[in-house]
Design a binder for this molecule. Structure first.
Ligand SMILES: *[C@@H]1O[C@H](CO)[C@@H](O)[C@H](O)[C@H]1NC(C)=O
Ligand SMILES: *[C@@H]1O[C@H](CO)[C@@H](O)[C@H](O)[C@H]1NC(C)=O
Ligand SMILES: *[C@@H]1O[C@H](CO)[C@@H](O)[C@H](O)[C@H]1NC(C)=O
Ligand SMILES: *[C@@H]1O[C@H](CO)[C@@H](O)[C@H](O)[C@H]1NC(C)=O
Ligand SMILES: *[C@@H]1O[C@H](CO)[C@@H](O)[C@H](O)[C@H]1NC(C)=O
Length: 310
């Protein structure tokens, strides 16, 4: 063999190696990253718009995800009736751990305190006057799904099993934190509970699970595109048409304008994130299964609102 052919062979092998390793260098748990091999051939994925290195074998924290959303890789597709609620999505300040900092500001002197899910839990105030002494933990997340009408309800246990499976396997939540899943046609309620003393460092946080889930339902998955989202129950698709997420904190929120009714349970639901596909205005009144939440008004797709502290 002449030296030219040998050289060509080597070059081809090297090129193939480069191509195949470049293909492998992607982030399974977060597509909002740019990945490259470092000098030692290790695939390093950084979040778009920041220098954060993602751990691709677990969920990325909600705070860091929200940051990547403020710097979209390509122009966002905003639905015609949609708008971005400043309260729902903002450019958050994240701690070194990836968690939300207790105090968040909107670039001006206006600040507010958030819980560990990044949801506002106080009035807005001036930077200097506002005191967010601690990050209050969201230890209970209640997700309510409504599926499309069908001739027969699904089988109760199959619904619970399908969702349990997805939450454990897709979002990697330890089963201990899935308190219960209930089904009452066409509503599915999922209770996730995780307090600070239970949560190990290696455990994913229920707030991150809820965010990944929300994005999946909105068809804006955070996972690598080879990992598409589908829910099915007993072999039939479960089409979610409505999703509400309630955040319950360890401590009641501190909104000055809203009085807590005496005798009410200390944990209070105060934020509702609504996703209505094809519905723009809707008023939900108290639902018997969720005794402690009173009246909630939802207006636009994806809008975030504070409910009543009841
Ligand atoms: C999808 O891509 C990720 C990241 O490259 C990889 O780890 C995973 O195995 C792939 N999954 C499938 C089903 O191809
Ligand atoms: C910050 O919030 C205040 C009060 O809600 C608002 O008036 C102001 O326009 C916001 N600024 C930015 C940059 O979003
Ligand atoms: C803020 O919190 C600190 C520590 O809890 C307290 O000493 C201080 O007085 C508080 N400031 C205001 C304005 O509430
Ligand atoms: C955390 O949850 C566990 C299990 O539900 C419970 O036993 C424990 O008392 C809780 N801890 C706190 C501080 O609420
Ligand atoms: C990435 O996350 C996994 C799962 O929580 C953990 O075991 C691993 O140590 C993490 N790796 C790094 C580099 O932090």
């Amino acid at each position: 063999m002449d030296p030219g052919q040998v050289l060509l062979g080597i070059v081809l092998v090297l090129m193939l190696a480069a191509v195949s390793s470049a293909q492998d260098c992607t982030c399974a748990s977060n597509k909002r990253t740019t990945c490259a091999l470092d000098r030692s051939g290790i695939c390093v994925c950084r979040l778009i718009g920041s220098a954060w290195v993602a751990n691709c074998s677990t969920l990325t924290s909600k705070c860091l995800l929200m940051k990547t959303e403020m710097t979209p890789a390509k122009p966002r597709r905003v639905p015609s009736h949609g708008f971005l609620d400043n309260d729902g999505i903002y450019d958050p300040d994240c701690a070194a751990s990836g968690a939300f900092k207790a105090k968040q500001c909107n670039g001006t002197d206006t600040c507010w305190c958030v819980n560990s899910a990044g949801v506002r839990r106080t009035d807005k105030g001036e930077r200097t006057k506002l005191n967010c002494s601690e990050l209050v933990r969201t230890n209970h997340i209640f997700i309510e799904l409504k599926h499309k009408k069908r001739s027969d309800p699904f089988i109760n246990s199959e619904v619970a099993n399908a969702l349990r499976y997805t939450i454990q396997n897709r979002y990697k939540l330890h089963p201990n934190y899935i308190r219960d899943i209930e089904y009452e046609y066409p509503f599915i309620s999922i209770n996730l509970k995780q307090n600070a003393s239970q949560k190990l460092n290696s455990d994913v946080d229920i707030a991150d699970v809820a965010y990944y889930f929300e994005k999946d339902v909105k068809r804006d998955s955070i996972f690598h595109s080879n990992n598409s989202f589908s829910l099915s129950v007993g072999g039939e698709p479960l089409d979610v048409e409505e999703m509400l997420i309630y955040y319950v904190d360890e401590k009641p929120p501190e909104f000055s304008m809203k009085q807590l009714t005496p005798g009410v349970i200390a944990v209070v639901v105060f934020v509702i994130l609504a996703l209505f596909i094809g519905i723009t205005v809707l008023v939900i009144t108290r639902r018997r299964r969720i005794g402690k939440y009173k009246k909630v008004e939802i207006k636009e797709m994806g809008e975030m609102r504070r409910g009543q502290n009841v």
